[in-house]
Unconditional design. Structure first.
Length: 407
């Protein structure tokens, strides 16, 4: 197999950034390492999860899956106001591309049935032709909290850590779309990335999703090339990715190669059947729902996360305990966060900060005193601008385990 073989090129990212760590952990030669299929990690890799994640620049994350690589962040490691790159969750659907030597030469094609003037831009041209903006924007996987659903649903068993709110720098998607022209019949804006399907089939996309034109044209929707003031890490979509905050993170395509202005709802991979869809009407747990009764997920629900103290902490009863965390509500803002130490019998209001910009998470804080020694659970309940509050119980079961926003 020569160095120009596309299959080898697709493997390069995983082999150099993750699988190599697993091989090192053995301390032995691996004679057939070159035959490892694209996207597959060796069994030893699961035992070397910390090394694999460290090779991706991650600290303290929990490895959930090996093919593709997915990892979540423990709640106490999300305490920063701005999520650092080393603590942002990892969500992949396919095999990431090999990192590029010259990011500014990366090309993006904007086209589609409802694109008036299709055009190709290099990243350097995007930076030069359009005004850059920096915004703090939250991204949350639609399956965050899936582990709590019963009966259990398929997919990564996220608990609470598939959420992050870094600063993103890029150009507004709306500016680029306006430059290329959006026809009056435009319905959806979609993407294709440079990641490849786990099967290695070049005709298959691992994922290709999108959002309605109105959402794509919001001033917070970006074509981002930097994260927290530095180039986006390869695992998070370098050199260019879409950021469409407030909706499932799957809408924010990584390794962006193509933006499509569609005259219909996009029909790409993971836009159909039950992927990123909820039953249009509530169903009993375990129900099989016909595809035509499933509706595409839009704005994410109101939610909160206690980040300090760490779960399992021991606190002297005579001292007040400082407590803090974050809250967010998809396209909306959060108006209040309350906490309870008596399983929801009574609630105490917290101090809640305004977001630094629209679609950023908000920070809450308070102090709590416990009446007597014992075991306590502290629950947080956020309420959004529409008056929607987090439920105390896991909300409506659905076949894919999406949108769990219980306290």
């Amino acid at each position: 197999m020569n160095s120009n073989d596309p299959a080898r090129s697709r493997r390069a990212f995983l082999q150099t950034a993750t699988v190599a760590a697993a091989w090192r952990s053995l301390g032995l030669a691996v004679p057939y390492a070159r035959f490892l299929p694209a996207g597959l990690m060796p069994v030893v890799a699961l035992a070397a999860g910390d090394d694999i994640l460290a090779s991706l620049g991650k600290t303290g994350l929990k490895l959930l899956g090996d093919r593709p690589i997915n990892a979540e962040t423990p709640a106490h490691l999300l305490d920063d106001a701005v999520t650092p790159a080393n603590r942002m969750f990892v969500r992949n659907n396919g095999v990431p591309p090999e990192p590029v030597a010259d990011p500014d030469a990366w090309e993006l094609r904007v086209e589609g049935e409802s694109c008036v003037k299709p055009q190709t831009f290099t990243l350097a041209e995007l930076k030069r032709q359009f005004r850059p903006v920096t915004l703090q924007l939250q991204l949350e996987c639609a399956g965050n909290g899936r582990a709590e659903f019963r009966p259990r649903t398929s997919g990564n068993q996220w608990t609470t850590g598939a959420i992050a709110c870094p600063e993103w720098t890029g150009v507004r998607l709306a500016d680029v779309l306006t430059h290329c022209g959006v026809a009056s019949n435009a319905v959806y804006v979609a993407y294709h990335g440079a990641d490849t399907h786990l099967s290695g089939d070049p005709k298959k996309d691992p994922i290709s999703r999108g959002a309605p034109v109105a959402k794509a044209m919001e001033k917070e929707s970006l074509l981002a090339f930097a994260m927290n003031g530095a180039p986006i890490p390869p695992i998070h979509g370098a050199p260019l990715r879409m950021i469409v905050s407030g909706w499932p993170a799957s809408v924010s395509g990584k390794w962006l190669r193509q933006v499509l202005v569609r005259d219909r709802v996009h029909d790409g991979e993971k836009m159909n059947e039950d992927a990123y869809r909820m039953p249009c009407e509530p169903v009993a747990p375990g129900t099989k729902v016909p595809d035509d009764k499933m509706c595409i997920i839009g704005s994410m629900p109101v939610k909160s996360l206690i980040t300090f103290p760490e779960s399992g902490s021991h606190v002297p009863r005579t001292e007040a305990m400082a407590l803090r965390g974050h809250a967010w509500a998809g396209d909306r803002a959060v108006t209040r966060v309350d906490v309870s130490i008596d399983f929801g019998a009574t609630w105490q209001k917290t101090q809640l900060k305004a977001p630094v910009n629209r679609l950023a998470w908000q920070h809450f804080a308070t102090e709590i005193k416990f009446p007597q020694p014992g075991y306590y659970e502290v629950w947080a309940r956020a309420t959004d601008t529409a008056g929607q509050a987090q439920p105390m119980l896991v909300p409506g079961w659905n076949p894919k385990g999406y949108l769990n926003n219980a306290c």
